[in-house]
Design a protein around this ligand. Sequence first.
Ligand code: SF4
Ligand code: SF4
Length: 155
Amino acid sequence: MGRIPPISRSAVAGAKNATVRECRSISMPTPASPLHASPNPDRTIMPFVVTDSCIQCKYTDCVEVCPMDCFRQGPNFLVIVPDNCIDCSMCVPECPVGAIYNETDLPPEQRHFIEINARLAAHPDWQPITRSQAPLPDHESWREVANKLEFLKLA
Ligand code: SF4
Ligand code: SF4
C-alpha cells in the first residue's frame, strides 16, 4: 500500500458545523508495515467505520468482541483498520453511543469518517487496543454532543 495523502478539505466537508483545523493538519508518515500485514489485502473500502459519537467518549466496549483486533486508539477516539476487518458486525451493538456503522449504512454527514478511519489506522502513534478500559473522564457530558470532529486529537 502506498503513502496515504493528507486529508483533504473536501473529505471533511460533510461535518456540519465542525471546524477541522486538527484533521486538516494530519501529515502521516509512511504507514508502519505491521498495520499492513493484512488478511484482506485487496480491500479497497472501509467495511465498518467509527464515527463522530466516539470522539471524547472512547467507551472501548467494542474492542473486546473484535475477533481480528481491528481497533486502534488515539487520545480521544478509536478507529478500525480497514484491511483487517472481516465484516462480522460484532462490534456494532457493543458501542453504547452507536458510533460504529457499516460503510454502506453511513449517514451522508458521517462519510468523511471513512477516510479518517483509514488514515488514523495507519498512524504510527495509534496503537492496537484489545481490552476495554475506562472511558474518558468527561464522557457523560460529551455523550450527546454532535459534530465533535474539531476536538479530535491526533497525539
Ligand atoms: S464502544 Fe463506541 S464509543 Fe466506545 S470506543 Fe468503541 S466506538 Fe468508541
Ligand atoms: S466488524 Fe467485526 S472484524 Fe470488523 S471491527 Fe467490528 S468486530 Fe472487528
